[in-house]
Design a protein around this ligand. Structure first.
Ligand code: ATP
Ligand code: MG
Length: 418
């Protein structure tokens, strides 16, 4: 993509009311637009990052047998009344409205209830099970505090998966597979070493849930990590002795850190199915409640966490797997030979399947470099009068700052084989 055609522009200052580093940088670099507190639009660069993250998650969910679909944003209150979650006292993040034709309507903040209600039409026999469904959905939540930028939105994208199985044993199998899939997702986006499977409270339904917590100073949660076992305990269940039996760890071996929840998975057993009336007939012909598992992963929050963790004092730094482009091709100077060379390299790279943001704008070198640092694409390749005389292009790694000089063929083989 040509930067001269990109409608967004970088800006020196973030909005005064924006306190979170992730949103400040994303706004300044033109990845997101702030509509109001906790509500952000994703612009071309930000959209590309989100799609990259979604595709990684999609691949891993498909690999465990997930079927992608999409539920509605508007929700029927009756379904939520059956599980006693329509009440604002029970769920404090509801956005609700009224239909012109009469009656209330809810704005989807979660989807366990509507999906389980829907499944009553399709699941009735043990032969119909197991089923795993998932979606990428824009959730709407009336969050009281929205000061963490895109990490806590009033509107945000979540991947939510639901497993419908016959019993505990079948549930455990898929639950374990999803844990492994989540571990792969966090590895692939570059957060594997600092993301911990964490014992947390199960809320109203179960004793425990599992969270995936990424260590970060800006995290809202306190967790106790066990480095050798790569597991953690959320402070909210720290005092429950049973936790330590399950983990087999001693308390003294745990380290207290701040962390941010990037995923949360629940075992609802048969409770929700009983409340909503989702039963199947087993082989003996008996009616049994379907076992439900629920697996959330915050897509936009994950993007915010990546910014918080990898950004430096010059701007964003994207891990390769989620970067909007692989290469930032920067043309310095507007002389004919520089222009021709840059255009040729752009064609050559894109022709080889390399995603390139081509800074073909007629602006000062200093501004181009500052913008390039702010935007944070993994590799910067500079074409200038100087690189032309040398016959090699200057390549700068955004994360390490390492500079190297590569010929066209070296560059192509480096970018297409890495
Ligand atoms: P939190 O404890 O942070 O409020 P939650 O427990 O309410 O989150 P879930 O309902 O389990 O979150 O949602 C699943 C995932 O969606 C979370 O693990 C998180 O990654 C993401 N998420 C939840 N709330 C938000 C939000 N307001 N903005 C962005 N992402 C969110
Ligand atoms: Mg949670």
């Amino acid at each position: 993509m040509r930067q001269s055609q990109l409608f967004t522009k970088t800006r020196r200052e973030a909005p005064k009311d924006e306190v979170a580093k992730n949103a400040q940088l994303l706004i300044r670099a033109g990845y997101v637009y702030k509509e109001m507190a906790g509500v952000y639009a994703y612009l071309p660069l930000g959209f590309r990052v989100l799609e990259k993250i979604k595709n990684i998650v999609r691949e891993e969910m498909n690999a465990v047998g997930g079927q992608e679909m999409i539920m509605t944003g508007l929700q029927n209150p009756d379904v939520w009344k059956k599980t006693d979650r329509w009440d604002d006292e029970k769920v404090d993040v509801w956005f609700k409205s009224e239909l012109k034709s009469g009656g209330e309507v809810g704005f989807g903040w979660s989807h366990e209830e509507p999906i389980t209600e829907m499944m009553k039409q399709y699941l009735s026999s043990y032969r119909d099970l197991p089923q795993y469904v998932y979606q990428f959905q824009t959730k709407l939540r009336n969050e009281l505090r929205a000061k963490s930028g895109i990490m806590r939105g009033r509107e945000f994208v979540m991947k939510d998966m639901y497993s419908y199985t016959t019993d505990e044993e079948a549930h455990k199998k898929i639950y374990g597979s999803v844990i492994d899939a989540y571990i792969r997702v966090f590895d692939r986006v570059g957060l594997g070493d600092r993301t911990f499977l964490t014992f947390a409270s199960g809320g109203a339904f179960t004793k425990f849930s599992h969270e995936f917590q990424t260590i970060s100073d800006v995290g809202e949660d306190t967790i106790y990590v066990h480095d050798a076992k790569k597991v953690a305990v959320n402070k909210e269940v720290y005092d429950e002795p049973v936790v330590y039996e399950e983990l087999g760890v001693k308390k003294e071996e745990l380290r207290e850190v701040k962390a941010i929840e990037v995923g949360n998975i629940f075992d609802f057993a048969g409770i929700k199915s009983e409340q909503l009336g989702l039963y199947y007939k087993n082989e003996a012909g008996e009616e049994m409640p379907v076992h439900l598992g629920s697996y959330g992963l915050g897509i936009t929050r994950l993007m915010g966490v990546l910014v918080e963790i990898f950004a430096d004092d010059k701007g964003l730094v994207w891990p390769e797997a989620v970067a909007p482009f692989r290469v930032h091709l920067v043309q310095l100077g507007t002389e004919d030979e520089v222009k021709t060379e840059a255009e040729e390299l752009y064609r050559e790279l894109t022709g080889n399947g390399v995603e390139v943001l081509f800074d073909d704008r007629d602006v000062r070198a200093g501004e181009k470099f500052a913008d390039s640092d702010l935007i944070g694409i993994p590799q910067r390749v500079v074409v200038s009068q100087k690189t032309l005389t040398e016959g090699k292009f200057e390549c700068v790694d955004r994360q390490s700052g390492t500079t190297s000089h590569k010929s066209l063929s070296e560059l192509i083989s480096y970018l297409t084989h890495a």
